[in-house]
Write a protein that binds this ligand. Structure first.
Ligand code: PAF
Length: 284
């Protein structure tokens, strides 16, 4: 595996692959890699001749400085895991490499319309703009044929599809299923920040979503929404920031079962100062 840190290194590694006529899959990550990321890497390895993975904690997508400061960073372990999994390139740029103009001079601006105005877009102002900026810059450098994203960040996939559409980028976006712990908790780099008791109680997030998926024949959408919010909030260390039931294509809230063909419940829960997200398809 080649480890690249500079623009020149990643460009020359990608050029070699292109010259040889080989296909390239790409997984952008913020590191602290877990089996969720690794499932994306394995899918890319199966689909493509070569696989590149970026590890970059992107400052422009954090609206909360403490969240950025405490985001887990485990670069050496990430490199070892990527090597063991069979990735071909690890791209680990610095902030200066990704933002040579300086963070205060970053000017790109995206309008994702209604898709970006709800849920994470409403709760984290500027977050999706930062995601759009960094993913576009990474796509420009890595120039992959396909890019892989986990469905835990459900709205993010819609944002990236919209960015690719708006900027006419010829890269196939491949959504991949959520990977869960044995008890159901969605894998997340942030899980490592939970203490023992928080981790024990966090399982109720996914368990409540699973239960909600079993109640779809019994409950209206407003009833299901109340059920999820009340059940999760009844767990002492869990605090629901939002639970929205949305059209899986447009991300807009729906109020009745026949309003959309694909209906997804998306939740964000604060467990102490750790913010966890999860989602479940309720109709498809
Ligand atoms: O999902 C993530 O880890 C990040 O939002 C991404 C896509 C790597 C951009 O920084």
């Amino acid at each position: 595996m080649i480890v690249c840190t500079s623009r020149e290194e990643i460009s020359s590694a990608v050029e070699q692959i292109r010259k040889q006529g080989r296909s390239l899959g790409f997984i952008p990550t913020m590191g602290a890699l877990h089996q969720g990321h690794i499932s994306l890497v394995k899918k890319s390895i199966a689909d493509n001749d070569c696989t590149a993975v970026s590890v970059f904690v992107n400052p422009t997508q954090f609206n909360n400085p403490n969240d950025l400061k405490t985001y887990p960073r485990t670069v050496d372990a990430d490199i070892a895991l990527l090597e063991a999994t069979g990735a071909d390139i690890a791209f680990i740029p610095s902030v200066e490499t990704m933002y040579p103009e300086g963070l205060e001079n970053v000017t790109e601006s995206y309008d994702f319309g209604a898709i970006g105005a709800v849920m994470e877009g409403a709760a984290r102002p500027g977050h999706f703009n930062g995601v759009g900026i960094v993913v576009h810059r990474l796509f420009d450098l890595v120039k992959p044929d396909r890019a892989y994203f986990g469905m835990k960040d459900f709205q993010q996939i819609a944002i990236i599809r919209e960015m690719v559409r708006q900027r006419n980028i010829n890269i196939e976006i491949i959504p991949c299923p959520i990977v869960r712990e044995a008890d159901g908790l969605a894998l997340s780099s942030r899980n490592t920040r939970l203490n023992e008791e928080q981790r024990k109680q966090a399982v109720q997030i996914s368990q409540t979503l699973f239960k909600a998926a079993e109640l779809t024949n019994k409950y209206s959408l407003p009833e299901l929404k109340s059920f999820v919010i009340n059940t999760v909030n009844s767990v002492p260390l869990l605090d629901v920031e939002y639970f929205e039931i949305v059209d899986g294509y447009t991300m807009q809230p729906v109020n009745s079962w026949n309003e959309a063909t694909w209906i997804v419940g998306c939740i964000t829960v604060n467990v102490g100062d750790v913010r966890l997200i999860d989602n479940i398809t309720l109709k498809q």
